[in-house]
Design a protein around this ligand. Structure first.
Ligand code: COA
Length: 179
């Protein structure tokens, strides 16, 4: 399994596994007014674009020569690729970082890793929907080259509009050095 190297805080990004799902679901419920149900995450297990960021935790077993490593999921992204007559479309369906772990670059790392995975999966264009008032997320997406395509009024159950944002996967890959 491909695992991105740990950052300075010992966080790695890797494919999601069944054992991660409870943590993912807890973060989802903390972050969203309309959380996905648990079963929705189960359906994406095995999808290359379902990634988790995990903090490594070393637990002492009481003797200096015995320790056990444990992991804590601190963020995730769910993305997939849909065939589209030779111009396959990637879709970032869900992304969140636990409130305690925000501002460390994890949201950007998760988004970038999902973009790499979707490009490898053949995506030419990547889209996502974001709440119109979600300034942190919009700033992240804009800084990765996403641009607003259209506005969908009353997209969310509470009546708020969504912005559909898109980025060309090839341009994103070429622009990597400039960002
Ligand atoms: C959006 C979210 C995933 C960002 O995660 P994060 O790990 O805090 O983001 P990062 O530390 O990687 O920051 C990346 C960029 O996001 C933007 N950003 C992050 N937090 C921000 C804030 N509070 N205000 C404005 N911009 C912000 C900035 O552009 C930042 O880049 P910079 O550090 O160079 O300024 C996180 O805020 C989150 O989980 N929000 C709740 C769930 C959600 O809204 N998901 C998006 C659904 S469409």
């Amino acid at each position: 399994m491909t695992t991105a190297p740990a950052d300075a805080e010992g966080t790695t990004v890797r494919r999601a596994e069944r054992a991660d799902l409870l943590d993912v679901f807890q973060i989802e419920k903390t972050c969203f007014k309309q959380p996905w149900p648990f079963a929705a995450f189960e359906q994406f297990l095995g999808e290359p674009g379902f990634l988790v960021a995990v903090d490594g935790v070393s637990q002492s077993m009481g003797r200096s020569d015995e320790s056990e490593s444990a992991e804590r999921v601190v963020g995730y992204v769910v993305a997939d690729v849909t065939p589209n007559y030779g111009r396959d479309i990637g879709h970032v369906k869900d992304i969140a970082v636990h409130p305690d772990a925000r501002g460390r670059g994890l949201g950007r790392t998760l988004l970038q890793q999902s973009l790499v995975s979707m490009a490898l999966g053949g995506a030419k264009l990547v889209k996502l929907e974001v709440r119109e008032d979600n300034d942190p997320a919009k700033a992240l997406y804009e800084s990765e080259g996403f641009e607003p395509l259209r506005r969908i009024p009353r997209y969310y159950e509470d009546g708020e509009a969504a912005l559909v944002m898109v980025v060309d996967a090839n341009e994103w890959q070429r622009g990597g050095d400039d960002r």
